[in-house]
Design a protein around this ligand. Structure first.
Ligand SMILES: [Zn+2]
Length: 230
């Protein structure tokens, strides 16, 4: 029974919509963790939570790497995941993360504000109230002015060196490899930063400051495949 269910899960996860959902959320997870790497390696001063800053960086850098169609898929799939997670999370006032539903609202707000003339209809379809538009545009303007000088400093020198390196095998990293290659054309981190997949014992991803390593947990990939079917 378990084997039959697993087979069914595997087949369904291979459907295009489910595969897109997994890829979109893996992409944003990667960009968020790269945000932690940039904050650490560039010693970026923060005036708030590192998690909120990493989310903002993730959206900024995604916007530089992806077409408008891909960005729309990313925010749509992130929203679906965020709302699925929010439905099962227990509010913890001491968590360094915003509550999941609020984190998603902030992401939609900033995604909209980065290109307001093109994204209003879809942002409203994702639930953004019209009265929030002005604040979202202002928030995105502040986000852009905070990160642009840092992204400019990170621009590769053209010698072809890469700082982010796929350092494990597996389908998730094969899916992300083209995005990692694109990231290496956009930014050069001060230190080599391997990206690996590991069993962590929880559905999460990490940037480890002590050895400059990005880890995407195998449990996160499994969780995304499961949530893709909800
Ligand atoms: Zn984080």
């Amino acid at each position: 029974m378990i084997r039959a269910a697993a087979l069914l899960l595997g087949l369904m996860a291979a459907t295009p919509a489910a595969a897109d959902f997994v890829l979109s959320n893996l992409r944003f997870t990667l960009y968020h963790e790269v945000g932690h790497a940039v904050i650490d390696q560039m010693r970026v001063p923060l005036f708030g939570s590192g998690e909120t800053a990493a989310d903002g960086f993730g959206l900024m850098v995604a916007d530089r790497l992806h077409s408008e169609t891909e960005m729309r898929e990313i925010i749509t799939d992130m929203t679906r995941l965020g709302r699925t997670e929010a439905a099962r999370e227990i509010f913890d006032p001491w968590s360094e993360y915003m509550p999941g539903a609020q984190r998603m609202s902030r992401a939609i707000c900033l995604w909209f504000g980065l290109k307001p003339t093109e994204r209003g209809d879809h942002a409203r379809a994702l639930g953004m109230p019209p009265q929030e538009e002005w604040a979202c545009i202002e928030n995105a303007r502040a986000l852009r002015s905070a990160w642009t000088p840092i992204l400019d400093d990170l621009r590769p020198d053209g010698t072809g060196g890469v700082s982010l390196r796929v350092a494990a095998t597996g389908k998730a990293l094969r899916l992300l490899a083209p995005d990692i290659a694109r990231l290496n054309k956009e930014i050069a981190l001060p230190r080599p930063t391997p990206v690996t997949i590991e069993n962590c014992g929880e559905d999460n991803a990490y940037y480890y400051q002590y050895d400059d390593r990005i880890v995407i947990c195998a449990e996160l990939v499994t969780g995304l495949r499961r949530d893709a079917l909800r």
